[in-house]
Design a protein around this ligand. Sequence first.
Ligand code: PRP
Ligand code: HPA
Ligand code: MG
Length: 173
Amino acid sequence: MTGKNMKVVITPEEIRERVAVLGREITQRFNGEPLVVVCVLKGGFLFFADLVRTIDLDLELEFVRLASYGRGTESGELVFSKDVETTLKDKNVLIVEDIVDTGHSMDFLLRTFEERKPKALALAALVDKYERREVDVKVDFPGFHIDKGYIVGYGMDFAERFRELGGIYELVE
Ligand SMILES: O=P(O)(O)OC[C@H]1O[C@H](OP(=O)(O)OP(=O)(O)O)[C@H](O)[C@@H]1O
Ligand code: HPA
Ligand SMILES: [Mg+2]
């Protein structure tokens, strides 16, 4: 197939348990107030779908998609290829992302949303991965910390494949 093998890193059961804990923490953190939950497409779709069902608050669900403007994802400036369809001003906002790697995507999104003057802005990321971090990003609700390796599954892809897998796997040679 890809010429690579898959090593289990996090099982579907471990994800389910962790997502339930995060849902309770988020529910407590926002203390009965309404919350706008923003899914970062495409990678965030499964985490978002599972997480929102564990949060016991009045939710408004929104979606964004980021794209690199210019050549290459590493150096290109980020823009929205899809923005939220509501105002964030004076609202509690939670961004839901699959993985923070270099940090550039979430650095851009947090700074852009902060300019819209939300009441509170927080970030949930299923995986906080340090190996390639270039920008400091504070993940308020981290699912799992991973040192290194290219991972797929539960939303994350390699060349648009493997997003549908229920667990998280490392691609190894
Ligand atoms: O911390 P960074 O180095 O910015 O990388 C993390 C981002 O990269 C991936 O998304 P990608 O832009 O590949 O799009 P996708 O979500 O559609 O897979 C991933 O889903 C994160 O959003
Ligand atoms: O490790 C990763 N896996 C999948 N997508 C990613 N985007 C940034 N890092 C990764
Ligand atoms: Mg993404």
